[in-house]
Design a protein around this ligand. Structure first.
Ligand SMILES: NC(=O)c1ccc[n+]([C@@H]2O[C@H](COP(=O)([O-])OP(=O)(O)OC[C@H]3O[C@@H](n4cnc5c(N)ncnc54)[C@H](OP(=O)(O)O)[C@@H]3O)[C@@H](O)[C@H]2O)c1
Length: 258
């Protein structure tokens, strides 16, 4: 799986297909969608029309919160397969740790994996308490955990916990939806490295070994977000960025699902 990918939340119909085709043209090879985003069909269309071989693209989708439970999750997977229509799904995630049903849902994902119906399974929004709980019933370790993560929401303990268990951490809303682009340190580093605030923030993620899936539907910004492999943030500046953490949550705090 490439570390950098495209998130497609809030992209619909023609816009989604166009953005994904542009992204694949730029070189993106990881697409993150979800049943909840209501655009799996467009993701599939864009991949099929792109001319890029299916086996060069890594596709993630997720179980919707309304489809939890063993049988429901298996049915939801079938629906995602039909909507995407791309032969196979690389990674299937539990989208949110829904109380009361997350064990049954995980068992369904294990079934899909053991029966080679999906290449890999993982979770999203699993903070440490959800992962320790999962260890009590799981026979498979999730390969990946997708959480909100940025220098302003630096979940260091979770990152270490995942590293120790070989769980790849993946950052969603990595750009803070642009809300922190004017932070003085980000602006200073942007001037130092001659890179945009978005590039500085994404590079911080990548240097930590954390995957990131920024969303953009704009060709210029898609290219900008992809151009982060030709510079390196110094160790001292990485430390300064670590200190930006203020537990700045934009989407939703998963702990409320405990
Ligand atoms: N698992 C989960 O529960 C969960 C939750 C939330 C998100 N996600 C995933 O994470 C992906 C990314 O998160 P997100 O969409 O919430 O937020 P994000 O990637 O942090 O920010 C996206 C916003 O920033 C703008 N943007 C992108 N690149 C930019 C740049 N270089 N300069 C200035 N503005 C830029 C985009 O606008 P333009 O399109 O106009 O460029 C868009 O409004 C989602 O698409 C989804 O795949 C997962």
């Amino acid at each position: 799986m490439p570390l950098l990918g495209l998130g497609v939340y809030d992209m619909h119909q023609a816009e989604a297909e166009k953005a994904i085709e542009t992204a694949l043209g730029i070189g993106y090879r990881l697409i993150d969608t979800a049943a909840m985003y209501n655009n799996e069909k467009e993701v599939g269309n864009a991949i099929r029309n792109s001319g890029v071989h299916r086996n060069e693209i890594f596709v993630t989708t997720k179980v919707n919160n309304t489809d939890h439970g063993y049988e429901n999750a298996l049915r939801a997977f079938d629906t995602s397969m039909k909507n995407l229509n791309i032969d196979y799904i690389d990674l299937y995630l539990v989208h949110w740790p829904i109380r009361g049903t997350r064990e049954d849902t995980w068992k369904a994902l294990e079934y899909l994996c053991y029966n080679q119906m999906v290449r890999a399974v993982g979770v999203a929004n699993y903070l440490i308490p959800f992962l320790t709980e999962l260890e009590t019933y799981a026979s498979l370790v999730p390969v990946l955990n997708q959480v909100e993560f940025s220098p302003f929401l630096y979940l260091k303990d979770l990152l270490n916990y995942c590293r120790q268990r070989n769980i790849q951490l993946q950052a969603y809303t990595p750009l803070t939806k642009g809300k922190k682009f004017k932070d003085p340190l980000i602006v200073e580093l942007s001037n130092t490295y001659h890179k945009s605030p978005a590039q500085i923030i994404l590079r911080w993620n990548i240097q930590k070994g954390v995957s990131a899936i920024p969303k953009s539907a704009n060709p210029k910004r898609l290219q900008e977000n992809f151009d982060i492999f030709d510079f390196e943030i110094s160790e001292a500046d990485m430390h300064k960025m670590d200190a930006l953490n203020e537990y700045f949550i934009i989407v939703d705090d998963p702990i409320t699902y405990l």
